[in-house]
Design a protein around this ligand. Structure first.
Ligand code: NAD
Length: 485
């Protein structure tokens, strides 16, 4: 019997599902059981061509609609997503393995927020009037044209919406390629947009590995590329986009610091560290995986952290009581287990977890290492799994310097009751998305993105509009033209 997660076809182009079984088969494995639940096929060159030419053809008419009309469609799509939140959350859980307890509140709901927010902004994308005596300049905010979105596997619905919603609000069309690991959810986003009234061809989904992503990025018809992925992929995609002088948004990896001063409320700080390391089983780019704890509260913090981490419920992700799911794939599980071994070998003190859970699926126990030093592999490389490194520090000056000593710069957090210090420390940290007495909140109203190797550009908020549109400036002369000859 066909599994309910199996989509009607692999791709969604020009308002309908499209199949081409000549493409490489991509198995979809449910991470909680290891069972294959669906198959899609990577896009062939013919499918890539169909998607790009369709999106190119649909864009001009879409941009000519009023912002109010475009916005209404996006907001209708948001309503449909919310109505179907339960089914979409179940699909997200099949796609990623994340527990339903999370997907019910963090995926389709976050996607709907983006569709609603950018739908609301669409009618207000205006330019300026710049008086110059009798003459004037006016500016227009115009669409970039055809945009490509490429997703990572941790938030397949959210990533499709965080890219699709601002792109469409600005009058662009999009071809979106989900991660080959989680190909299911973006198809639903495309389907819902059509149901909400989007013209066929403005949002298309094609499947495939890096090769298909590469074909999309290098196509001369493409004006912008927005990638969510790792730093190595980001460097390749950024370079390929530069060849064609295309716009880019790069949402890449991190190794973010979370700094806890000894005046902090311990339970809130522990809660922040748990949210910043174990949500989605640690598969979150902005995670605060280097937890710097001031020496005075170190042992108290570790004791409370171990106690609360022991309350994680590993189990069937479809059971709403489950609060901690598996790694997305067997491969990702093995990568993370490799880092855990490195932590042990390099002398970090294991506080809890530290191994694969004794159950079906790709579960790793939530793991905390203490006495981690700055040069250890687990403190330097992005693990993308449930492995928290706790490091000690004495002074503010010292911790800021150590926190900044990384190629990454996605996020940073600080817990302290001293508000002057909180703002000063955040001011000195090299990171794009920061938190004071909290961690990992990502409302659509707030800009999201990194500095240094963690990325270029911002998603969400009004900032995203700047990255999916460009300004045309028009000089208007009222008098005669003076010329030298
Ligand atoms: P990845 O870099 O392996 O793949 C990301 C996407 O890029 C996939 O769809 C992949 O098929 C595609 N791709 C790979 N090579 C390509 C190429 N040469 N040209 C075009 N496309 C190509 O990342 P992943 O393993 O899917 O995701 C995990 C990474 O993503 C982590 O580093 C994580 O930090 C990062 N991430 C960042 C954010 C953010 O918003 N900053 C969010 C989620 C994940």
């Amino acid at each position: 019997m066909t599994h309910p997660a199996q989509p009607k076809a692999s791709h969604f182009i020009n308002g309908e599902y499209v199949e081409d079984t000549a493409g490489t088969p991509i198995p979809v494995i449910y991470a909680a059981t290891g069972e294959q639940i669906a198959t899609v096929h990577a896009a062939t060159p013919a499918i890539v061509e169909q998607a790009l030419s369709t999106a190119k053809a649909a864009q001009k008419a879409w941009a000519k609609m009023t912002g109010t009309e475009r916005g209404r469609i996006l907001r209708r799509a948001a309503d449909i997503m919310r109505e179907r939140n339960h089914d979409l959350s179940v699909l997200e859980t099949y796609d990623t393995g994340k527990p339903l307890q999370e997907t019910l509140v963090a995926d389709a709901t976050s996607g709907a927020d983006a569709l609603e927010y950018f739908g609301g902004l669409a009618a207000s994308l205006t330019g300026e009037h710049i008086p110059l005596g009798e003459d004037w300049v006016y500016t227009k905010r115009e669409a970039l044209g055809l945009c490509v979105g490429i997703g990572a596997w941790n938030y397949p619905t959210q990533i499709a919406c965080w890219k699709g919603a601002p792109a469409l609000a600005c009058g662009n069309s999009m071809v979106f390629k989900p991660s080959e690991t989680t190909p299911l959810c973006a198809l639903k986003v495309a389907e819902i947009l059509i149901e909400a009234g989007a013209p066929a061809g403005v949002f298309n989904v094609v499947q495939g590995m890096g090769e298909v992503g590469g074909a999309l990025v290098t196509d001369p018809r493409v004006d912008k590329v927005s990638l969510t992925g790792s730093v190595p992929t980001g460097k390749k995609v950024y370079a390929a986009a530069a060849e064609g002088m295309k716009h880019v948004t790069m949402e890449l990896g991190g190794k973010s610091p979370l700094i806890i001063f000894d005046d902090a409320d311990i339970d809130n700080a522990v809660g922040g560290a748990i949210n910043g390391n174990f949500y989605s089983s640690g598969q979150v780019c902005s995670n605060g995986t280097r937890v710097f704890v001031q020496k005075g509260i170190k042992e108290k913090f570790l004791a409370r952290l171990a106690e609360r981490t022991g309350n994680a419920i590993l189990g069937d992700p479809m059971d709403e009581a489950t609060s901690f799911g598996p790694m997305v794939t067997e491969n990702q599980m093995n990568i993370v287990l490799g880092y855990i071994e490195k932590g042990k070998e390099e002398g970090a003190r294991l506080i809890c977890g530290g191994k694969r859970a004794d159950m079906d699926g790709y579960f790793i126990e939530p793991t905390v290492f203490a006495d981690v030093t700055d040069d250890m592999t687990i403190a330097r490389e992005e693990i993308f799994g449930p492995v928290m490194s706790v490091l000690d520090f004495d002074t503010e000056e010292e911790v800021v310097a150590r926190a900044n000593d990384t190629e990454f710069g996605l996020s940073a957090g600080v817990f302290t009751k001293d508000f002057t210090r909180a703002h000063r420390v955040i001011g000195n940290l090299e990171a794009g998305s920061c938190f004071i007495n909290s961690y990992n909140d990502a409302p659509v109203e707030a800009p999201f993105g990194g500095v240094k190797a963690s990325g270029v550009g911002r998603e969400n908020s009004k900032e995203a509009i700047k990255h999916f549109s460009q300004v045309k400036s028009v000089y208007v002369r009222m008098g005669d033209v003076e010329a030298a000859f």
